[in-house]
Write a protein that binds this ligand. Structure first.
Ligand code: ZN
Length: 302
C-alpha cells in the first residue's frame, strides 16, 4: 500500500501536504511536479505544476526536465488532461513535452489534447512551430509521432495547438471547458516570448507566472486577488541576469500589488537558495498572505 506521508505544515488558515501525499485525493489542489530551474544538480525537477480536480489531473503547466517522471509518480493520467500549458520554450519548461506525449500511445485517450504556448520571435519558435519541429512527418525530430499533428496514426490522438500572443497587454482566452477556464498574458523574460497563466476552476483562481523580470504588470493585474499566485524565484538580490528574472525585492512589490491569498515560490536555483531565508522574509513582509516554498511533490489543496 502506498505510504501516505501526511506531514501537515499548518500555516495560517490552510494546510499544505508534504511531498508524497496523494494530491489526487483532494477536491481541488495544485501539485508541484518540479520546483527547480535548468540545472540538474539540486535534486529538483525543472518547472511543472499539475492542477487536480476531483481525482483527475486536468491541467499541466510547463513540462521541464524531470516532469515526465514526476507526472507518473503523482499517479496522473494523460487521458484526464484538458490542457498542457507551456509558458515558454526554455528547456527547463518544455523539454519533457515529447516524452510525456509519447505516452499517449499507451493511453486510452482518443479525444484531442490542447497544448498552448506563446507566439514566436527571432530564434524562438511559436507553439505551432515548436510542435512542428518536434512532430512534423517530414522535418520533425520525432517524426514517428506525426499522428499527433496530422491525425494519420490511429494509435495517437491529435493535439490541439493553441498559440497565444505574448505581447498584448490584455489577457487572451486560451481554453474553456466545463468547470475550467484558462487565460494567459505575456510576461517579460528578456528576448524570450513567455506567458503567465490564470486557471479558474470551481470558483478558485490560480495564477502561474512564467519566468519574468516583472518589468510589465499585465500578469500581476490578471493575478490580482488570486487564491494562489505562483512566482518563480531564480535569482538573489544582486544576481544577473535581471533582464530575464525578478529579484526578491521585485517579487515582494508585485505580490503586494497582486495581494493573493497565498503565494507559492518555485523555480529555485542555487543562487536564489543561497539566501533563501532572507528572500522569504522580505517577500513575506510585503503582504499579509501565506508564503509557501515549493518542493517537488508538494500538494496545495485549494
Ligand atoms: Zn526557467
Amino acid at each position: 500500500m502506498k505510504t501516505l506521508f501526511f506531514a501537515l505544515c499548518l500555516a495560517g488558515s490552510s494546510a499544505v501536504l508534504a511531498a508524497g501525499a496523494a494530491c489526487r485525493d483532494q477536491a481541488l489542489a495544485l501539485e508541484v511536479l518540479g520546483s527547480g530551474g535548468p540545472i540538474a544538480d539540486d535534486a529538483r525537477a525543472s518547472a511543472g505544476y499539475l492542477l487536480w480536480r476531483k481525482g483527475k489531473a486536468v491541467a499541466l503547466v510547463d513540462a521541464g526536465g524531470g516532469v515526465f517522471q514526476r507526472f507518473g509518480a503523482a499517479d496522473a493520467r494523460l487521458a484526464d488532461l484538458e490542457i498542457i500549458a507551456l509558458t515558454h520554450f526554455h528547456t527547463d519548461h518544455s523539454a519533457d513535452l515529447p516524452a510525456l506525449l509519447k505516452g499517449l500511445y499507451f493511453s486510452p485517450r482518443t479525444r484531442p489534447l490542447a497544448v498552448s504556448g506563446p507566439d514566436g520571435d527571432g530564434i524562438w519558435p511559436s507553439l505551432d512551430a515548436f510542435l512542428h519541429r518536434l512532430f512534423d512527418r517530414k522535418a520533425g525530430a520525432f517524426a514517428y509521432l506525426h499522428g499527433l499533428l496530422d491525425g494519420q496514426d490511429e494509435s495517437l490522438p491529435m493535439l490541439e495547438p493553441l498559440t497565444i500572443p505574448s505581447t498584448s497587454a490584455e489577457p487572451a482566452a486560451v481554453l474553456q471547458r466545463p468547470g475550467l477556464s484558462v487565460s494567459a498574458v505575456g510576461v517579460h523574460h528578456g528576448p524570450v516570448p513567455t506567458l503567465g497563466y490564470l486557471l479558474q476552476v470551481d470558483g478558485r483562481r490560480i495564477a502561474i507566472s512564467g519566468d519574468q523580470n516583472l518589468s510589465t504588470d499585465y500578469f500581476i493585474r490578471m493575478a490580482e486577488g488570486a487564491d494562489l499566485l505562483v512566482m518563480p524565484i531564480a535569482i538573489g538580490e544582486r544576481d544577473e541576469p535581471m533582464a530575464l528574472h525578478a529579484r526578491p525585492r521585485d517579487i515582494a512589490r508585485a505580490v503586494a500589488d497582486a495581494a493573493p491569498e497565498r503565494l507559492l515560490l518555485g523555480h529555485w536555483m542555487a543562487r536564489s537558495l543561497r539566501d533563501k531565508a532572507q528572500h522569504k522574509q522580505r517577500i513575506g513582509a510585503a503582504w499579509p498572505g501565506e508564503l509557501i516554498e515549493a518542493r517537488d511533490g508538494l500538494c496545495i489543496p485549494l
